[in-house]
Design a protein around this ligand. Structure first.
Ligand SMILES: Nc1nc2c(ncn2[C@@H]2O[C@H](COP(=O)(O)OP(=O)(O)OP(=O)(O)O)[C@@H](O)[C@H]2O)c(=O)[nH]1
Ligand SMILES: *[C@@H]1O[C@H](CO)[C@@H](O)[C@H](O)[C@H]1NC(C)=O
Ligand SMILES: *[C@@H]1O[C@H](CO)[C@@H](O)[C@H](O)[C@H]1NC(C)=O
Ligand SMILES: *[C@@H]1O[C@H](CO)[C@@H](O)[C@H](O)[C@H]1NC(C)=O
Ligand SMILES: [Mg+2]
Length: 395
């Protein structure tokens, strides 16, 4: 190669390297390192684009001839991105293993292989060796498997079983989904008032709830936990809809009684108008679909929500009726936090049969490489409560 050709290749190399550098917008990196400083290193040894690998926040650039003693750059390149005090939470039965593997595969591929958050699995019986083995084989981080304390799961002794049986029989007759199931009621009560007290969750502030057989349809190119933390959010959702009236006939009456006893817990600028069309007199049955949740465990652990849960629990409605954790959580979040502490995660394409939230803005859909059909997004379905959510946003 003559000198001219060599010089040409050198310049080409510099241009390619600079191109990658400029398309590279990691905030922290940009703040600490000046472009001219990095560029001087590349000029000493122009590298081909093959030597440069970007994967979101996890940055690794291989520059063979870089001075290894130049620690301000090497340290930076290997520094972990900021991380939240957070975990995934999955309640599941051993028999849910196939559906659980599918859900975890999705969240790993769309998010967690890059962001590396741990998992906590909970069950009222020990997880089987098979369950643990198959989960451990697909997670990129750590998984912990916990057993739920007996009293956090099973129907309490003080529940009047005659009354509970009558309630279930009526719901079976009326064809209410899970109307005859005691275990479903245990699950709803546990998710309403106990999961955040589990020993394995004590070390965390944030959680992301995942269920078996759900789907994530878009790449999640940001950290929702950090988003929550940095924007003073408490509760995040993707789908909102109406609850079946037959499962909660007396719930709102008890909520109103509780508010009368404890008006001090109501947040200023709360979301009452999302849940009620008449200033709190009646419940319009809108709630956040809790099979997806990203939220602050410390909010559930806090005085207001805990007092509210204990009050509702004492009414027995988790067993005499079939109160779901979705309306119970939603009403708590809507009343005891301000509306700007609740966040709609539009970018997160999410499906739990039979509904899907798919981002409808084309830029969002493309940026996430979403596989879902935006035209089928649940947001403006007749059964969605998005209208009610939106009407309180601009007040
Ligand atoms: N360990 C355990 N987990 C349960 C039990 N019942 C439900 N779950 C879990 O609780 C969550 C909600 O239960 P689902 O059966 O998904 O209830 P759903 O979402 O209302 O209804 P479908 O998903 O349509 O069946 C899921 O994570 C289940 O795996 C149970 O008896 N034991
Ligand atoms: C790095 O620094 C050490 C100690 O200052 C020195 O001995 C070593 O030769 C340096 N290495 C290079 C490649 O400059
Ligand atoms: C994470 O949050 C929990 C709950 O608030 C807290 O007890 C724990 O100390 C936190 N851990 C870290 C590393 O901040
Ligand atoms: C978070 O929002 C709540 C409700 O608007 C407000 O009272 C609180 O001061 C905010 N906290 C921070 C750290 O901004
Ligand atoms: Mg489910």
């Amino acid at each position: 190669m003559n000198t001219g050709a060599r010089y040409f290749l050198l310049v080409l190399g510099v241009v390619i390297s600079l191109h990658y550098l400029l398309s590279f917008t990691h905030e922290e990196y940009g703040r600490i390192t000046s472009m001219s400083n990095i560029a001087s290193h590349f000029q000493q040894s122009p590298t081909s684009s093959d030597d440069t690998a970007f994967s979101g926040d996890e940055i690794s650039i291989v520059v063979p001839a870089m001075d290894p003693n130049d620690t301000d750059i090497t340290e930076l390149l290997h520094a972990d991105p900021p991380k939240a005090n957070a975990t995934f939470v999955i309640l599941a039965r051993n028999s849910d293993i196939d559906g659980t593997v599918k859900s975890i595969r999705d969240i790993e591929d769309r998010f967690n292989h890059k962001y590396q958050y741990p998992y906590v699995f909970l069950n009222e019986v020990e997880f089987s060796e098979d369950f643990k083995r198959r989960i451990s084989n697909i997670v990129s981080t750590t998984a912990e498997f916990g057993v739920i304390p007996h009293d956090h799961w099973f129907q309490p002794d003080w529940i009047d079983e005659t009354k509970a049986t009558a309630g279930r029989e009526k719901m079976v007759k009326d064809n209410i989904i899970y109307g005859g199931s005691v275990s479903y009621r245990n699950m709803c009560r546990f998710n309403s008032g106990f999961f955040y007290r589990h020993e394995l969750l004590q070390k965390y502030r944030w959680y992301w709830r995942i269920e078996p057989d759900i789907h994530f349809h878009c790449n999640i190119n940001f950290d929702p936990f950090l988003y929550m933390e940095n924007n003073n959010k408490t509760y995040g959702f993707t789908i909102t809809m109406y609850e079946f009236e037959a499962t909660i006939p007396t719930l709102w009456g008890h909520v109103k009684d509780f508010i009368k006893l404890h008006p001090e817990y109501l947040a200023k600028d709360n979301s009452m108008d999302y849940m009620s069309d008449n200033n709190g007199e009646t419940y319009n049955r809108c709630h956040f679909w809790s099979n997806f949740e990203i939220a602050d465990l410390n909010f559930w652990r806090g005085e207001a929500y805990q007092a509210y849960f204990n009050y509702l629990d004492a009414q027995g409605g988790f067993y005499y009726e079939r109160w779901g954790d979705a309306p119970v959580h939603s009403i708590g979040a809507a009343l005891f936090t301000s509306k700007d502490q609740i966040h709609f995660f539009d970018e997160i394409g999410y499906e739990h049969n039979p509904y899907t939230h798919c981002p409808r803005k084309q830029e969002t859909w493309e940026a996430g490489q979403c596989g879902c059909n935006p035209a089928k997004s649940f947001d403006y379905d007749g059964y969605s409560c998005m209208k009610q959510w939106e009407r309180i946003q601009h007040k």
